[in-house]
Write a protein that binds this ligand. Structure first.
Ligand SMILES: CC(=O)CC(=O)SCCNC(=O)CCNC(=O)[C@H](O)C(C)(C)COP(=O)(O)OP(=O)(O)OC[C@H]1O[C@@H](n2cnc3c(N)ncnc32)[C@H](O)[C@@H]1OP(=O)(O)O
Ligand SMILES: NC(=O)C1=CN([C@@H]2O[C@H](COP(=O)(O)OP(=O)(O)OC[C@H]3O[C@@H](n4cnc5c(N)ncnc54)[C@H](O)[C@@H]3O)[C@@H](O)[C@H]2O)C=CC1
Length: 309
């Protein structure tokens, strides 16, 4: 516990008593991240509405949640498969879906966005949500790389806007980065922090700087692996084995890039490179650009650096 207290302390006094208790959650974007967050929120007793652009996408999202819940239940209820099935059904009952945020935003305590990593698209979404959601509703973004301040600027609730950055795969990864902008109120920060804990996650506090903590360190490392390979200094297979067996990473950088999504990797590095073109850590990779142009976005499309069945 001392660990959390140390990391999440902020420079002003706490007013947790007035923070919003988050129970009803709308999650926009039912992809890898949104579906994972919806699953964990529903598993911990929250009422979740998952929003995406079509019924077909949402069907896939719910199927993915069900598949992941089966993996969780298999372990959690190893001795009692019936209790595992009951758990799955109970969690699924907490999840509903919609193609229009207007269906749920008016009754939500939190609207969390996990859509495509594009500033304009995120701003448009939040601008619209701002008119739909009541005053107490907190907005948060799961962005990997964009400034929360810039996303929040399309709303009139900068004090009730923060970052809540989860990690892939959400049901397995314990960390959540909680980001307060200079305009985020202490109550909002406390609410987001308490929500992260209610999900069973370990929150850390981050400044609103590009990539927060993890991605600012991890993405340049992953890009450096690509550049090393492009220079002909190692095969992707050897680089992956080397980083797993020599540095203790659970996945090598090529496996992890495929897992994250090559489109997301490209959005991140292009955005940073545009802002800081002279920084060699943010230099683009021709190989990454080529794969994205070919629609090979990694595990989610069946092929990236590697092929998946
Ligand atoms: C880009 C950003 O903004 C930020 C990011 O997210 S960066 C990416 C951060 N994520 C990482 O670095 C992930 C690194 N990888 C890992 O930690 C691990 O490889 C992993 C947890 C993903 C998988 O673990 P593994 O031991 O390598 O593989 P695997 O055998 O498939 O999984 C082990 C168990 O984990 C569990 N598991 C894995 N993925 C799961 C999921 N999506 N849902 C539920 N359970 C899951 C299962 O219990 C699984 O056992 P079963 O196969 O019997 O179901
Ligand atoms: N992939 C990763 O490892 C991580 C990604 N993130 C961030 O989370 C966000 C989502 O990433 P992923 O889930 O990986 O992407 P994804 O491509 O799997 O899913 C994105 C989903 O958003 C939907 N969408 C796009 N625009 C929309 C809109 N206007 N309204 C409703 N739905 C919309 C798409 O249909 C898609 O289902 C991005 O901002 C990304 O940077 C954060 C942490 C980890």
């Amino acid at each position: 516990m001392a660990f959390f207290t140390h990391h999440i302390s902020r420079s002003f006094s706490s007013s947790a008593a007035r923070s919003v208790v988050i129970k009803n959650v709308t999650i926009i974007g039912g992809g890898q991240m949104g579906a994972g967050i919806a699953q964990v929120a529903a598993s911990t007793g929250h009422t979740v509405t998952l929003v995406d652009m079509s019924e077909d996408i949402l069907k896939k999202s719910v199927k993915g949640i069900e598949g992941s819940l089966k993996r969780v239940a298999k372990k959690k209820f190893a001795e009692k498969p019936e209790a595992g099935e009951e758990f799955i059904q109970k969690v699924l009952q907490n999840v509903s879906t919609a193609t229009d945020p207007a269906a749920a935003a008016p009754t939500s305590d939190l609207v969390l966005e996990a859509i495509v990593e594009n500033l304009k698209v995120k701003q448009d979404l939040f601008g619209r949500l701002d008119k739909l959601a009541p005053a107490h509703t907190i907005f948060a973004s799961n962005t990997s790389s964009l400034p929360i301040t810039d996303i929040a600027s399309s709303t009139s609730r900068q004090d009730r806007f923060g970052g809540l950055h989860f990690f892939n795969p959400v049901p397995m990864m314990k960390l959540v980065e909680v980001i307060a902008t200079p305009a985020t109120s202490q109550e909002t920060f406390d609410s987001l922090l308490n929500f992260s804990k209610a999900l069973g996650k370990a929150p850390v506090s981050c400044k609103d700087t590009p990539g927060f903590i993890v991605n600012r360190l991890l993405v340049p490392y992953m890009m450096e692996a690509l550049r090393l390979h492009e220079r002909g200094h190692g095969s992707k297979e050897d680089i992956d084995v080397a980083m797993k067996l020599g540095a203790g990473y659970p996945m090598g950088p090529f496996e992890l890039s495929d897992y994250v999504g090559l489109d997301t990797m490209k959005f991140i590095i292009d955005g940073w490179s545009e802002k800081d073109p002279d920084n060699p850590l943010f230099a683009p990779s021709e190989l990454l650009n080529k794969l994205v142009a070919e629609g090979k976005l990694g595990k989610k499309t069946g092929e990236g650096f590697y092929k998946y069945k």
